[in-house]
Design a protein around this ligand. Sequence first.
Ligand code: UDP
Length: 329
Amino acid sequence: MKVIVTGGCGFIGSHLVDRLIADGHNVTVLDNFSTGRLENLQHQMSSKQLQIQNIDITKTDKIISYFENIDWVFHLAALADIVPSIQYPGKYFQANVDGTFSVLEAAKECGVKRFIYSASSSCYGIPSIYPTPENAEISTKYPYALTKYLGEELVLHWGKVYKLPTVSLRLFNVYGPRSRTSGTYGAVFGVFLAQKLARKPYTVVGDGTQTRDFTYVTDVVDAFVTTAQSDISNEIFNVGSGNTYSINYLVELLGGTVAYIPKRPGEPDCTFADICKIRRILGWEPKVSFEEGVSNILKNIHYWREAPVWTSDSIREATKDWFAFLSKD
Ligand code: UDP
């Protein structure tokens, strides 16, 4: 197949590119390197199956030439993280909503066969049902969640109106090697791994009993590929691990000391995907246990050497706007 991966130099995108190349496909990556890193695909540089374009996806006319004769599009390019989305909602709207619109238009004009969107489980906000099914209430709590959800709505609308064969995958807490390490205070693995390397305490939010559906990146990649290979369209699927794990358990697996920091507003005590639908319709199953995933990540801990080491004080400073804007409903 001829395939486009937008955001292919990012964390999940680069693992998807690895899998597609291993499966024999020809891959064009579109990435503007806002958070993606060329190093994530350094090991693939000699592959004749890979082409990387340093390009912004937000203008259809700039990207459309790459979409000619493309079979599958995986749209993963997006801005992530909560705090900067509160501070700069316009940037998030442009990247995540305008960007998705632009990529959809290019895919539609060129008649691509499959369009798979990387959506976020943050659309469920603080769910009232666990495990959370795809038809649970949507309740976006901050601009990142909103813009990813608006992107999903566009994708499904293009499926309905223009018959573009689209699927949206709602990903739950993806983790694994190469998870992002930018200067922004973000996903827990990056924070804890840098703290482990620096022999500093893990900054545990609340009492650490909150749980997350941590889903290993190669399982997520497998969900993308399985979806592309199927002929199912205009559907939404949760992608989760089939379980949920406490932050205290993560600390136990990583080993080390703890510093407790205040609970954050707008944050669920649990995320836990109901994955019955993707199991039933696509036959997809998560394969990597949490213990195995954490052990794999520890083998690659060197990746986080350059990552910022957060402390209770620097987190308090970095999350000021989070606490100011997302105080309890
Ligand atoms: N978390 C933590 N300390 C940190 C950052 C995160 O204990 O310094 C916890 C957080 O409370 C949440 C989990 O780790 O329960 C996952 O947080 P992350 O920001 O990675 O994802 P999200 O909250 O969006 O699911």
